[in-house]
Design a binder for this molecule. Structure first.
Ligand code: B12
Length: 134
């Protein structure tokens, strides 16, 4: 290959628009909100594997060290229960918990009838983790 062809090939590789993401990954956003204190929202981006569960995307995000952390407890009947996000934990005494909502690309907001271990995100879902009172 001539030097000119080689630099053209290198340029193509570096051009924006080159596939940045693994084709097997479904991109999603995670928006952390707090309807108790109205603290500012924070949005993060992550991905899940093909037909992968939300918990996988949350773990991937936590491992990427972008300032998102979470903990969960294991319920014997329903699986993982989201206990805390970014250091803030739900509390039985104060009747607070992390609610799971999903904003679809058409802006409709759903409240899934399963938790983070069962919900399978679709491409471009905005997962809303909302600290709330019950
Ligand atoms: C009360 C209740 C809650 C309360 C529990 C707080 C409390 N301390 O009482 C709150 C408001 C926190 C709650 C939240 C959610 N819940 Co709820 N909840 C119930 C309900 C109505 C009764 C549970 C109960 O008290 N059982 C009696 C006690 C004695 O048994 P227990 O085993 O100790 O109950 C505990 C578990 O049920 C656990 N729990 C409650 N909800 C959920 C959800 C998940 C995913 C997990 C892992 C555990 C869990 O909290 C209870 C108290 O500690 C049930 C429906 C039902 N009729 O059973 C739904 C139910 C269990 N919840 C459900 C869901 C989907 C959720 C949410 C994911 C909703 C959402 N989109 O945000 C969130 C959990 C989010 C998270 N942080 O992970 C589903 C679970 C179905 C499934 N296969 O996953 C159920 C079956 C209702 C439904 N839609 O069909 N829930």
């Amino acid at each position: 290959m001539t030097p000119a062809l080689l630099s053209a090939a290198l340029l193509l590789l570096l051009l924006p628009g080159a596939p940045a993401q693994d084709a097997n990954q479904t991109p999603i956003s995670i928006l952390v909100s707090n309807s108790v204190t109205n603290a500012p929202n924070k949005t993060f981006t992550t991905s899940v594997s093909f037909r992968g569960i939300l918990l996988g995307g949350m773990r991937r995000l936590q491992d990427s060290q972008t300032g998102f952390t979470f903990t969960y407890t294991e319920d014997m009947n329903y699986g993982p229960f989201l206990e805390s996000v970014n250091g803030l934990a739900g509390c039985q005494k104060e009747r607070t918990y992390w609610e799971l909502l999903v904003k679809k690309p058409n802006n409709h907001i759903l409240r899934p009838d399963v938790g983070i271990g069962c919900y399978i995100p679709s491409a471009s879902d905005v997962i809303i983790l909302n600290f709330k009172k019950y």
